[in-house]
Design a protein around this ligand. Sequence first.
Ligand SMILES: C=C(O[C@@H]1C=C(C(=O)O)C=C[C@H]1O)C(=O)O
Length: 410
Amino acid sequence: MTSAPTSRARQRIRVRSRQDAAGDLLGLLPDPEHALAWVRDGSGLVGWGEAARLEVSGPDRFAQADKWWREFCAHLDVDDELGVPGSGPVAFISMAFADSPGDSVLIVPEVVVGRRNGQQWITTIGAGDTDPEVAPLSRPSTVRYANGQLPVTQYREAVRKAVARMRGGELDKVVLAHDLVAVTDRRLDQRFVLQGLARRYPECWAYAVDGLVGATPELLLRRTGAVVDSRVLAGTTWPHDGVSDEELAAALMSSEKNLEEHDYAITSLAETLRPFCTTMSVEGPSVLRLPNVSHLSSDVIGTLSSSVSLLHLGEAVHPTAAVGGTPRLDATTLIGQLEGMDRGRYAGPVGWIDGNGDGELGIALRCAQITGSTARLFAGCGLVADSDPDIEVQEAHAKMRPMREALEGL
Ligand SMILES: C=C(O[C@@H]1C=C(C(=O)O)C=C[C@H]1O)C(=O)O
């Protein structure tokens, strides 16, 4: 009997976090095809190796993931000399958009390097190689495009049908997306794509989890102790010849259609998050200007009334009307009917969680699912009764630009 505790103790995985010299996070990633990253303007987390992995699907995927992560953390032997969000054990997360089909994934790396407020650290989970050989970066020399599951002509038709349903009063808002396949001449180096995105879009969160690579401007939720915040985007414009940025921003701020889309997104987030909060405030909208598009943007900040984990909160708020619609259930049903494609993890929550349940979840936008030498790109648009199918097609095109340019190395 005395051997039982000893053998259990031996099974505990050792987690150690210590200060590290400052360096370029994305430049540390050793492996072209298994990048783990969540980086914004040089800060965030990168990881490599795989100490543990969970794949889940279905309506209870968030609850299953939350339980698995708690149990995993309960069996660790943690020595964390920093004690900041993201030090100690970390799992990278990428959740499927829909209850079905689609797999969600949590990956616990063997090594995590983090940077926050100028402080950098390195964490080992089990036996990780903290100084791995970094494979040279490779770029594709050709990129060809082909239709995905929902070609653009069918997308336009789906948008037209959705608008007709909304004009008929069936629902208020729905977000429809389409996909595009890029085929390259060699296996894609996820780090090349990530670095291109991070360079051009420093105000976005550049991420990579299990082949889903992108740079999102939208933060679904960040939990830091009792504070929770979110950046909600909805309502979009993009550069037009002969129109200055100031004119575009002013037109966006006074566009009833865009303000309506934005309002649905804010309301959906605020209504689902409020039950967990003692205080909540919304600031916005203002215009978030990116090189390819500008969005109406609002920031929501709340104080949590109890210690509820990031994944639990994610389950409550996903999908907001920024990527689903209003009413939520009508919208997700219509998305299934009209898109007729599997979104996979596009538009699902993506990010990381630590051992205290703190972390960040973005909405997986402006991304591609990379498999070998193929990338499946996604982009979607919020639709209301006033939407014009041709304009929405142009908007989706503008939203795919970052990913196309990153693949092509432009
Ligand atoms: C759905 C996407 O983006 C979302 C839709 C927006 C809109 O319709 O105005 C704006 C930002 C995002 O919330 C996408 O990029 O694929």
